[in-house]
Design a protein around this ligand. Structure first.
Ligand code: SAH
Ligand code: SF4
Length: 371
C-alpha cells in the first residue's frame, strides 16, 4: 500500500485533515514530542482517526540500516528510503556535560544534527566525495524532517533539549529549495520539534539567486557559504558552478541577506594543502569580506579515496586563522569529528557498509567496512 509521509505535513496541513483541529496538535505531540511512530498507539486520538491515519500515512519512511559510533561521540546513521536509496545523517556531540564536585550541572551537552537534503548532488565539487556518486533525487520535506525525529529518538534526546541543525550532509540544500524550506518550517513548529530557524543553518555552495529567494522569505535561518577560494579561477576549478554564479554574485547576495543583528554569516573555507593555504589568500579573504558581518570557519580538507588533494599542515592553518583574527575577522578552525567513521564533511558515502546484523535501532550493529 502506498502511504504518505506524515512528516511532510505542517500543523495547518494536518488541521485540514483531522477534525476537530485540536486533534492535529495532539498528533503533532505524539510525533514530535513523544517520537511515537505507531498511529494505533496514540491513545488520546479516537480509534477511527488512528485507523484512518495508519491506513493513509506512515511515520516509518526511513529505515535505519546501519549506524557507526566514533570515539568522539559522533554517530553516523545510514538510512534507506522507501524506494531503496541510501543516505546518511550525522549526530554530533559538540560538548560534553560539565558537572561540579557536588553533582551540579555547570554546562549541559550540546548536540548538532547534520542533515542531508538530497541523495547525491548535482554541483560536482572537485574535492567532495558526495559529488563522485552523482545525483539521484531530492529528499522530500518529510524525509528531511524524519532524520531529525530519528536522531532525537535514537539518542533519547528529551523533547525540550535544544539542538542545532546544519544542512551540511549530502546534497545542495538550495537545489531542493521548496522541500528544505518546508522542512525548516515543520521543524520550527512550536507544537512539534520547536527548533527555531535561528538554530538551523543552511550551507550552500553559493547559488546566488536562491540565496536572494531565501532571504526574501525572512525565515531567520542561518546562512553558511562554502567559499573555499578567493579568486574565480581557483573557485571554478573547485566548484564548477562558480562559472555561473561567481564570487562577486555571492558576495552581493550575502550583502542583501537579512541577518539577525547578533549573528554573522559563516564563510566556510576548505583549506587544501598548497592550493589555498597561503597568507596571500588570507589577505584576499579579509578584503573580500570587508563590510560584511561575517565569520570564517576554516575546514581542514578531509582526504578520501579518488582525490589528489591533501590535508593541510595544521600549523599553516593556525597562521591563516590568527592572521584573520588579528585583523578583526573572527576565524575558527573546525574540529574534524567522526573522522574514524567517515562521518566528517565530504566523506559520506565514501565507504560501503556491509551489514552482518541489523535488527532495530536499539541494537548495536555489527558492521564491517570495506573500502
Ligand atoms: N552542499 C552544501 C552542503 C553540504 S557539503 C555545501 O557545499 O555547502 C557541507 C560542507 O562540507 C561544505 O562546506 C563542503 O565544502 C564541505 N566538504 C565537502 N567535501 C569535503 C572534504 N573532503 N573535506 C572537508 N570538507 C568538505
Ligand atoms: Fe554538493 Fe556540497 Fe559536495 Fe559540492 S560540497 S558536491 S555542493 S554536497
Amino acid at each position: 500500500m502506498n502511504t504518505k509521509n506524515i512528516y511532510s505535513y505542517s500543523l495547518s496541513d494536518l488541521s485540514a485533515i483531522c477534525s476537530p483541529s485540536f486533534r492535529a496538535k495532539q498528533l503533532y505531540n505524539w510525533l514530535y514530542v513523544k517520537y511515537e511512530k505507531d498511529f494505533l498507539a496514540m491513545q488520546n486520538l479516537p480509534k477511527t482517526l488512528r485507523e484512518q491515519l495508519s491506513q493513509e500515512f506512515s511515520a516509518q519512511n526511513l529505515e535505519c540500516i546501519a549506524q557507526e559510533h566514533s570515539v568522539d561521540g559522533t554517530k553516523k546513521y545510514l538510512f534507506k528510503t522507501k524506494d531503496g536509496h541510501t543516505f546518511e545523517s550525522v549526530f554530533l556531540k559538540m560538548k560534553d556535560k560539565k558537572i561540579d564536585q557536588n553533582g551540579k550541572i555547570l554546562e549541559s551537552e550540546k548536540y548538532t544534527f547534520c542533515i542531508s537534503s538530497q541523495i547525491g548532488c548535482k554541483v560536482g565539487c572537485a574535492f567532495c566525495s558526495t559529488a563522485k556518486g552523482g545525483f539521484i533525487r531530492n529528499l522530500d520535506s518529510g524525509e528531511i524532517v524524519e532524520q531529525v525525529v530519528n536522531l532525537k529518538k535514537f539518542n533519547k534526546i528529551p523533547p525540550e533539549k535544544r539542538v542545532n541543525i546544519v544542512y551540511m550532509g549530502m546534497g545542495e540544500p538550495l537545489h531542493n529549495f521548496d522541500n528544505v524550506v518546508k522542512a525548516i518550517q515543520i521543524i520550527a513548529e512550536l507544537d512539534g520539534l520547536s527548533i527555531s530557524p535561528k538554530r538551523q543553518t543552511i550551507s550552500t555552495s553559493g547559488i546566488s539567486p536562491f540565496i536572494d529567494k531565501l532571504g526574501e522569505l525572512k525565515l531567520s535561518v542561518q546562512l553558511a557559504i562554502s567559499l573555499h577560494a578567493v579568486d574565480d579561477e581557483l573557485r571554478s576549478q573547485l566548484i564548477p558552478m562558480n562559472k555561473t554564479y561567481n564570487i562577486e554574485n555571492i558576495i552581493e547576495a550575502v550583502k542583501k541577506f537579512p541577518i539577525d543583528t547578533r549573528k554573522k554569516v559563516m564563510f566556510e573555507y576548505l583549506v587544501i594543502k598548497d592550493i589555498n593555504d597561503d597568507l596571500t589568500s588570507a589577505k584576499k579573504l579579509l578584503k573580500l569580506l570587508n563590510g560584511i558581518s561575517a565569520k570564517v570557519n576554516l575546514i581542514l580538507f578531509n582526504p578520501h579515496a579518488r582525490t589528489k588533494f591533501q590535508r593541510p599542515d595544521i600549523q599553516k592553518v593556525r597562521v591563516f586563522a590568527d592572521f584573520l583574527t588579528n585583523k578583526g575577522l573572527l576565524a575558527t578552525i573546525r574540529e574534524s569529528r567522526g573522522i574514524d567513521i567517515s562521518a566528517a564533511c565530504g566523506q559520506l558515502r565514501e565507504k560501503k557498509i556491509h551489514l552482518d546484523d541489523c535488527v532495530s535501532h536499539e541494537t548495536t550493529y555489527k558492521t564491517t567496512i570495506k573500502e
